[in-house]
Write a protein that binds this ligand. Sequence first.
Ligand code: GDP
Ligand code: ZN
Length: 359
Amino acid sequence: MDLKDYGWDEGFAVSFADLSERGLEPARVVRQSRDLSTLIASSGERLGEVSGLFRNRARGPADFPAVGDWAAVRTVPGGRAVIESLLPRRSAFTRKAAGEAVEAQVVAANVDTVFLVSGLDGDFNLRRMERYLTTAWSSRAEPVVVLNKADLHADSAAFAAAAAGVAPGVPVLAVSALAERGLESLGPYLLPGRTIALLGSSGVGKSTIINRLLGEERFATAAVSDAEAGRGRHTTSARELARLPGGALLVDTPGMRELGLWADDEGLDRTFEEIDALAARCRFPDCGHEHEPGCAVRAAVEAGRIDRARWESFLKLRREMRFLELKKDEKARRQHEKAVGRDFHARLKEIKRHKPRYR
Ligand code: GDP
Ligand code: ZN
């Protein structure tokens, strides 16, 4: 198998150089379910799991393989792959892991382009679009805004213009998956070996777009694999990295399509580029652009040069991010206290164990 068909390139080869000297082979994770990875290596498809050392070194769920990861594997007798390490991710879509803990889990890695899908119906919402953009930029994938259901409006250009207003530097495409209109505009992002993913609320037409991209044949295959998994899901999504007829790679995992906000400041600043650009002119270098005197951003809002709703959206997203960070810190603190407590009890036990000797 030619790994280039799966997105392997010069950049990955460079970061792999040391690993291949250790006799490891590169392989891409095309499917991930709990501990089991399905990988594509140049010698073919194999199942694999992380090594014991990998497991010990992992600091959290985000360090474990995700769909799209490039792994360094060793093949053991029987044909299984042992994953020794992962190449640094160019991009990573992250969400909060299930459960109480505020912990990151990577849903998809090394995505080149993410289509942020909105529907030109009740779903169309600029504030939500900013939210998705923040998530996309934070992942380090390149976002493309896709406005689906263009058939519902005679004038989809007006929507496209409004979307472009909140998405500086991001291409905006109007399509209709149902009427099969405008889908060719997605073509430039669907090049062989490029990895793409779709993100958007339920009902915007992601499945319909994906089915159009995959073609009928794949439709059947995916339905079968779902039935095999015994889940009886009516959806046509293969929970994996799938090759499109044209050679692009489509990430389609259950968690990918509707990610909650998991963002960083860089992603936020990228989304609100014009606000970030003004920040340098604020009186205080750490200006929060809220109530501080001499705030250039607020001045621009008052003067109508920055849309007030957009500024409020920026503040809201940032507050939400800070809240998540706080919870993350809290968790780290609790873990630390637990570890300290553990040490204390271990010491106590030790002392008790030795006590009789000194009696
Ligand atoms: P998903 O939840 O994002 O995967 O959305 P679906 O692909 O399941 O589509 C949701 C609904 O929108 C379905 O009833 C589709 O037939 C409809 N839909 C999808 N694309 C279009 C479109 O381009 N135009 C119109 N009018 N409806 C569409
Ligand atoms: Zn400011």
